[in-house]
Every structure is written in C-alpha cells, then in structure tokens.
Design a protein around this ligand. Structure first.
Ligand SMILES: CC(C)[C@H](C(=O)O)[C@@H](O)C(=O)O
Length: 468
C-alpha cells in the first residue's frame, strides 16, 4: 500500500487509469441515488441504449420530495409524484435496491447508508447530492456529483476526476458545555470561509474529533461542502468499528477481522504530508449561529452582527447583501432575534443523538406561543428508535410537531416551507436566500439544542442558559 494520507491511499487504490485529459478515472465502490438527480441520468442511459454496469453497487431511496405529514400516494404535488414514479420505474428496470417509504429503511440518503452499514472505511462513495461528504466520517472518500456524473457512474462505475489537495484541520481539546459538532463545523467555515476549501479534501484530526461519536463526526463531514471542500473525512478508529459492527451490510464473521486490519492500514500515516494544516482550540468554539446568507456568516451567540468596517474587504459586499435580505442591523446582538419557525432535522442534524440532545432541553418546557416548531427524524429507523425511547412524547408535550422522515424544510422541496419573510431557527446546513421555500424566507443555522432554546424563548437564545 502507498504511504501518505488516507485520501492518497484510497485514491490510488481506486484509480483505474489516467485519462487523456489528465484526469483520473476513479472506481466508485458505492453509488447512492435519490429521486431528484437520478431521473435524467437514467434517461440518458436509456437514450444511449446502455445498461447499469453494476446494479448491486447502487442503492436508492427517496428523501427530498417526501411529505412529512400526509404520505398517501399519489402525492398531492404532481412533480413530486412524477419524480417518485420515475425512480420506482428505473430501479425496477435496472434491478437496483430501492428503500421506499414504509420499507423501514427509507430516509435521507446520508442517514440510511451509514445506519445500514453500507458506508465503510476506505471506500469511494458518490451520490448526486452535495452532502455526500457526510460519509467521510467513516474514512471513506465521498463526494457529491452532478446528474451527468450520475449517468457516468451508472454506466461505468467510474468517474473522471482531478485529484484534490488535502488540508488537515486539527481541533484539540474538549468542547465546552452547550457546544456541539455543529458549532465546530460552523466555526471552521466561519474562519476558513465558504470558498476556503475549494480544491481540497478536508481531513479532520485531533482529540476533539477522536472524542466524537460517529453521528457527531457525520455532522462535521456533512458540512465540508459548505466550506468549499468537495469531501471531508476522519480516519477510522475504534469508534468507527464499534458503530459498524453487526450492521446489516457490514462485513460479518471472519471478514470482519480482515476488514478491521485493512481499515487500520488505510489511516493517514503519522508522517503523511499535507498541502496545508490549520489548528483550532476546541475551548475557543462558542455556540454558533449564522446571521447572514452563507454558512460562513456565523458568530458566537453572544456576539453582535459584524459591522462592515470590522470585515475584510472581500466579505463586505456579501455582508451588505445579507443585512438587506435578512433585515438585520450590523452591530445588533444576534441573541434576542425573534424567530417564527423552528426546525430540527436534515442530513446534518436529524439523527438519534441530535433528537436525544434536543429532547433533553425540550423536556418540561413549552414552545413559545405562536412559534411553529417541528421535528423531522432523518430516517424511518431513527424515528422508530426515537419513539421506542419516548422522545416523540417529550417533543409533542412541549408543543413540537413530530413528523415522518425526509429532507423536509432543509430545502423545502416538499410541503414544509417558510411563508413570506418568516425567519427560522434551523438545524440544517444552508441559509441561502430562499432556501426554505419562500423567496423572502430567512434562515438562522444552529445546533439542534440551540433550536430548542429558540423555540422555547421565541427568539435566538443561548442554550447554555438552559443547562441544568
Ligand atoms: C437536490 C440536491 C441536488 C441538493 C444538493 O446537491 O445539495 C440538495 O440536497 C441540497 O442540499 O441543496
């Protein structure tokens, strides 16, 4: 095996050859598909009379368009119903495993592949979805692709790609109470910028990530793309193996031990060389909230919205645009900003540990009058497990709605949308203009615990004040 970073090793091991363009033809071990970016890819396959080369390496589910309330078919939204039917038909035609609504395994694609044990260290994983970087939490090289690349993977199980540089992002120390994985990644993006990672894979290393659970690691890797990095990963370790052991598609019996030995070998070597290294101190990371229209416009909950003169030249224009769109004043504290809607869910923060943490703060409290607050588990399995623990009851008693799994109001391709210029406290990953279903809707990104704090106070609040 070659020496170097995990990225280098996995890349080399999956290289089929070098193309005339100079790009690498890279073998993709696991291909995940959903209803939004696959229909045209299948149409192109049909037009060219091609077939899916390795149907057993593609797994499908439906997530973006699924209603979280009334899931009766046909869906009321005809476009959603068409996408659903197209996926059902294509999967049947090409013998692709499809985890449909009600299968017990449906959910956001980035939640179900790990929970089924499909996502494993050392793999190359692609999906027509930018948040595919999530799977890097397992030490896989996983990235989002466009529809024509979905076609390429279906037809050839390979992609034409240029190799990325690797930046090691080291965070050391213990997070302070009320500070979560979400705050870590929002802080990294705040410091390195939304374009800082362009051309890089991010390797997250250091004791802070080592102490994190797999679900927390997924939250971090998930938002790599929001920092401009096509993929982000964490070297596999005991935490990774404990999570994977005995999952349905994880190696079993003798194969398990062989796999662990192999996974240990693909970790970055201690003397690996990086194109860049950045170091952060965990103790300096505050509960973070975005105030603007990019995930890089984040501040500590007790900070004020930055004034133009406090910003570097390169950030002023986007800040001006953000003040206008968000209807927020530079210099004002973010704490106390009134919110209308509170959303907990998404591939970033809709997992069981997120719901458990949110429930701790919701227990015995009440959603503030007039606030719409709802919880969307990321998968059917998460929903079932949460219900078995009684988390749904805690939320409902506190005044939250308890919904069915899907991407929901992260991007509002289903009926869950903001109205007019409503402002949301959201555990999702993007605060772009119009992201949550209304062309004037405003999004404040934060951790699930911070969303609960906003829900019970009706305004942006510091979750540390709710700590026991
Ligand atoms: C629909 C899909 C192409 C899109 C993405 O790639 O990220 C979506 O998941 C998102 O989060 O905006």
């Amino acid at each position: 095996m070659s020496k170097g970073t995990l990225f280098d090793k996995v890349w080399d091991l999956h290289t089929v050859g070098t193309l005339a363009s100079g790009q690498t033809q890279l073998f993709i071990g696991l291909h995940l598909i959903h209803e939004v970016t696959s229909p045209q890819a299948f149409a192109m396959i049909r037009e060219r009379g091609l077939k899916v080369l390795f149907p057993e390496r593609t797994v499908a589910t439906v997530d973006h368009i699924v209603p979280t309330e009334n899931q009766a078919r046909p869906f009321a939204d005809t476009l959603a119903e068409e996408m659903m039917q197209a996926l059902e038909k294509s999967c049947q035609e090409h013998q692709i495993t499809f985890y449909n609504v009600g299968s017990g395994r449906q959910g956001i694609v980035h939640a179900i592949a790990p929970e089924l044990g499909l996502t494993q260290p050392g793999m190359t994983i692609a999906c027509g979805d930018s948040h595919t970087s999530t799977h890097g939490a397992f030490g896989a090289i996983a990235f989002g692709i466009g529809t024509s690349q979905v076609r390429d993977v279906l037809a050839s199980q390979t992609l034409a790609l240029s190799k990325l540089k690797v930046r090691r992002i080291e965070v050391d120390g213990t997070l302070r109470p009320g500070v979560y994985a979400k705050d870590v990644i929002l802080h990294i993006i705040r410091k390195l910028g939304v374009k800082g990672g362009v051309g890089y894979a991010y390797e997250y290393a250091g004791s802070t990530f080592e102490q994190m659970s797999m679900e927390e690691r997924m939250t971090v890797c998930n938002m790599s793309i929001e920092g401009g990095a096509r993929c982000g990963y964490i070297n596999p370790d005991r935490v990774t193996y404990d999570y994977l052991k005995d999952r349905e598609f994880a190696p079993q019996g003798d194969d398990w031990e062989k796999a662990v030995t192999w996974w240990d070998n693909i970790r970055s070597d201690a003397d690996a060389e990086y194109d860049d290294v950045v170091v952060f101190d965990a103790a300096e990371i505050p509960p973070t909230v975005t105030w603007g229209i990019t995930p890089g416009q984040g501040i500590g909950v007790d900070e004020s919205i930055p004034t133009p003169d406090s910003l570097p030249d390169s950030e002023r224009a986007i800040a001006e645009e953000a003040y206008r769109y968000m209807k927020l004043q530079p210099g004002d504290p973010i704490k106390g900003t009134k919110v209308d809607v509170c959303f907990i869910g998404s591939c970033t923060n809709g997992r069981l540990s997120d719901l458990r943490e949110a429930a701790k703060f919701a227990k015995g409290r009440q959603v503030y009058q007039g606030i719409k607050a709802f919880i969307v588990p990321a998968s059917e399995q998460i929903k079932k497990e949460a219900e078995a623990e009684g988390l749904d009851k805690i939320f409902v008693e506190a005044g939250f709605e308890w919904r069915n799994p899907g991407c929901s109001m992260c991007l509002a391709m289903n009926p869950d949308k903001l109205q007019g210029d409503q402002i949301s406290a959201s555990s999702s990953n993007r605060n772009f203009k119009g992201r949550q279903g209304s062309s004037e809707g405003r999004t404040l990104l934060m951790s699930p615990a911070m969303v609960v704090a906003a829900a019970v106070n009706g305004k942006v609040s510091d979750v540390r004040e709710l700590l026991p």
